[in-house]
Every structure is written in structure tokens, then in C-alpha cells.
Design a binder for this molecule. Sequence first.
Ligand code: ATP
Ligand code: MG
Length: 648
Amino acid sequence: MSDIFGLPSNEKVWPVRRYLDLHKESLEDPAGFWDIQARRLLWRKGWTQTLKWDPPFARWFVGGELNASENTLDRHVASWRKNKVAYLWEGESGEKRTVTYQDLFQITNRFASALQRLEVRKGDAVAIYLPLVPEFPAAMLACARIGAPFTVVFSGFSSKSLAERIQDCGAKVVVTADGGFRRGKTLPLKAVVDEALESTPSVRHMIVVRRTGQQVSMKTGRDQWWDDALRKGSSYVEPVPVEASHILYILYTSGTTGKPKGVAHSTGGYLVHALSTQDWVFDPKDDDVYWCTADIGWVTGHTYIVFGPLLHGLTSVMYEGALDYPQPDRWWQIIENYGITVLYTAPTAIRSLMRHGEEYPRDHNLRSLRLLGTVGEPINPAAWYWYFNEIGQGRCPIVDTWWQTETGGIMISPSPKLGLVALKPGSATFPLPGIDAEVVDEKGESLPPGQKGFLVIRKPWPGMFLTLYKDNERYKQVYWSRFPGVYYPGDYALRDQEGYFWLLGRADEVMKVAGHRLGTIEVEDALVSHLSVAEAAVAGRPDPVRGEAIVAFVTLKSSTRPSKELEEELRQHVKKTVGPIAVPDRIYFASLLPKTRSGKIMRRVIKAVASGDDIGDITTLEDGASVEEVKSAIEMLREAERRPKNNR
Ligand code: ATP
Ligand code: MG
């Protein structure tokens, strides 16, 4: 255990040095560094300029031309990987499908041909609204094959959210399924699209994958079944070479912080970033069985289920359903059944599985695992230890990967491939090569170790988004106006004495208590490190004396009940762990916290409840969270808030 964990001992220091040296060298000439990485892709035409930096707009590999589908499929089909498995798919009810690279190549080509018959041309947008089935990556790659930018909308979003996204990108075709399975029930996906299409004049055709077999109405002339479209399509479509800066896809951010933004990604730069980071962070092996548990509806799925793994010719597992269905050991069963070697997931998933107890993973053989990863939120040390000990059984390093929809790929993370640094639970460690990250104060000055401030990226990187679709002004204002000339991701962070980066949540969630700045995550970590606590959400409420008072909502592990004693114990626990300044003014026990569809706690809701503000009309939630679930969570929070006051 000690070789990957804890502070580096003398003989273990070398990989850190090697890694840090490499990082330093890469920043002396980032363009030159990325130029070398880019040569691993297949280009139809070489670039003449590696980077054209016209702040804040970066264009990578200017003059170069390539095709994303050719890079992910044709290359493998022409090699021994032709019959290698690309996806091992499992449906929620246990049915299985094995899709080889040749299979995926076939489906992709036939669908690309079908799109061409529908007159989709280079530059025309296609919207994809699918459950997690193998047709999903094939649909994306088919679009890429003919140069049609695609926009994936997570299949949990409402018809209104879907319509807004389609209107924004002007999609001509929508790809969906009759329905999808979730916890044994069926979701009426086609019906949701039907409703959305009432307000989307740009859409001329809909293609429907048959998944559940449920009753749907097909509109003649507009709708057709996927299978019919494929049958009519030809088995080979010449990949269309596109400029490196041609839009590969537009992905609307999850909207945790407000109205979604259309993040537009390039083809060349994005693929270089996906290829390099998949390599450095997951150290791919040909016999890996790799599982990224995200939905393709999020950027994590785009980069680390589709493009990264396919560029490397990896075998991935794709699981359609809910993580604890029909039992809380479903994931552990999957790991055992397929002999999964790499598991990449989110802290929220780890915490909810942790809540059920360790007996579930202990019932399964998880020895095939060699590497674990997390993304999406800071991982609290308690969940980190559980993941490390119970799932990785003390053998597997954890790569805590910080990045965003906007960055296209991983930015800050340990790198098992290049030299694994000693891990510290809760720290994403160091920026990857070519990534110039720093923590600065309000004025943009670098901060000394131990001081909290704002994360910035000082130089462009290839996975960087091109802009916000059709909104250059908002792009400039949101990301580039706070600190002119450098990218502002909106996250709060610090570097410790050894230079490790600690991500402390979003900058707009930082509380100011009696003159001290505190990230909500710092208090949440302390609460979750108590044995009885499963999850915690913290927010500041205006306080006339201290500026802000801390309010915490806590859900307990299945085995514990709320009590006044426990509340006091938690206060003492926070005091011991962080300090008196961080002690919550109020701790409320709740049985459910409102979460977005991507599993993140809905902080604006927490904040509104904590401050007693009106939450507003939640039926217009942008993030696709289930309105019913959020409503009942809010109700429970409000009730929890009433309860302890009466007890006092
Ligand atoms: P929106 O931008 O629409 O409000 P979002 O920020 O939740 O939604 P994503 O791009 O999926 O959408 O999430 C990126 C954010 O998630 C980061 O800015 C950061 O706040 C958080 N994050 C991701 N990975 C990590 C990590 N490893 N450690 C800490 N925070 C992380
Ligand atoms: Mg964001």
C-alpha cells in the first residue's frame, strides 16, 4: 500500500521528479509539445501551424485535416484489432451484446450512409437523444464520418430542454429510441422527442432505435426505424476529411449553475487531447476491460467512453441501467463478471454505494481491478478511503481527475503512465503535461502554498473548446473577463507545500464566515468523514454578525438514526477536523438531497432552502433532474429544517 499512498519516501521520489520535469519541459514550448502528441493521429493533410492564438480564441493544427471516425474505426479494422471487442454491453435486465470494432465500423458506415440519404451534409447538425446502447457511439461516429456536428442530449432531459438545445443548434435530424429502461420501468423517449419537435422547425427527420418495443406513433415522411435506415444504407462511406477546427460536437453543459451553454469542440485538438489523456491517465493495455460508468450524455462519456477508448482500440464495458438495480451489488457483479481492470466513476456514485455498506462489494471477486478513477466533484477523503480499501482492496491507485465540459479532457490528475506521484486523498495532484494551471488571488497574482484562491489555466491547450456556440460574447465574458488573458474555470483551489492541487468546489459557492473564506466542500468533507454520515450538503445563509452562517443538510448511513446527540457530535467533529470557524450553525437531517441528473448536489436549491428564499419554479430546471425527485427532496429538507427547531 505504501508505494502508491502517503508522502513520498526517499526512494519513491524519482517518479514525482520525472513527472514534474516532464511537465516543466512541456511548458517551455507547449505548442511544440502538443505538435509531437498530434502525430499519433491519422491526418489526411498535415498542419502548417500548430497553434494560432488570437486571445481568447485558439485554433490548433491550422491547415490540418482529419476524420474522427476514421481515426477511431478504420485504423483498427485495418489491423489485428478488427475482431477485438469494442463494447461489452449489458442491459439493465441482464441481456448482453458484444460489439467488435468491425461491427461498430459496419453500423457506423451504414448509419452514415442513411444520414447522407436524408441529405445531411458536412456542417449540418444532428441531435442524439438515446439511452446507453451500442447504437449511441455508432450514431456519433456516423455524424463525424460525414462531418456533421452532433449534439447529444442526455436522455433524462425533458422535452422542453431537448427543444431548447435543438433550437439552439438547428439540428436537421434527431436520433432517438422508442424508450429506455430505468429501474425496471420504461421511459417514453420517442414521445418526449415528439413533443419537443412541435417547436423545432429545423428538424426534418427522426430515426428511432427499437429498444423497449413499447408502442410509439411514427409520423409518415418524418420518422423511420433505425433498422430500416441501416438496411437501406451502404456498407461503406468514404470518411470526409474536415479541418482540425471543424466542430465535432456541441455539448450543452449540465446547467448546475444556470442556463446551459453550448460548448463547441473542435475535431483535431479535441482528439489529440482525448488520445493523450486516455494514455497518460489510464495507461491503456490491450487486455484491459475498461469501464467508465458515465452516461454518454455527459462530456465524460463523450471523451472517455467514446473517443479516448476507441482511439486506443480498447475494450469497454457499457451498462445501460441504474447502479443499484436490482440490488446494491449490481456494479460489483459487473466487475466480477467481465473481469474489469479499470473503473472510472464519480464521487456521488461511490458515496451512494458506500451508504449500502461494504458487505456488497465484499461478496464479489474484484481482484481484476488495477486502476480506479473519479471525476465530477472533489472526492471527500472518506469516500476516497472506501474506494481505495473496499473496491481497490488497497492495490489500485486512484486517479482523481479534474476537468470540465469546456476543457474537453482531463487537465489535472495523477498519471500512472508517466510517473505516478504519491497520492493524497482529495487532491487531483498535478496538471498533466502541456497544461499550465495555477492558483491566483482576486487580482490574478499567483498565490503562495496553502492559500486558497481561483484556479486558472494560463495557456491554451488542444482540448479547449472553440467557443460557446453562436455566442462569442458570452464565451469571452464567462471565461476570459475575470482574469484577462487566462482561462477562468470558475473553481476554487489551493496548492499545498508540495505543489499539489486541491480543488475546493466552485468559486461562487465559497462562504465568508467571520472574515474567513471557506469552501462548502471543506465542511462537507469533515461531515462525511464521520462514520454515521453518508452525504452532506452545505450552504451559507446571510448572518448579520458573521457575514454568513453555515447550514448543513446531512443524510445518514442506512444503519444510523438522527438524534440531538448525533447533531452535537457532528458539530464537535467538524470543530476538531477543520476548526471552530467551520462549525455549522444548523445541521438538518434529511433522507434525500436534491441532485442533478449527473449526480451533483443542486447547490442553488440547497442555498435557497438554507436562506429561506423562494426556490422559484423548479419545473423549468435546466439540468434535467427529475422534478418529482427534487420536489420531494426539497420538501424533506424543509421538513428537516422545521423539526430540530421544535426540538430545541
Ligand atoms: P455547469 O457548468 O453547467 O454549471 P457543471 O460545471 O457541473 O455544470 P461539468 O462540466 O460536467 O458541468 O463539471 C465540471 C465541474 O465539476 C468542474 O468545474 C468542477 O467544479 C467539478 N469537478 C470535476 N471534476 C472534479 C474533480 N476531480 N475535483 C473537483 N471538482 C471537480
Ligand atoms: Mg461548469
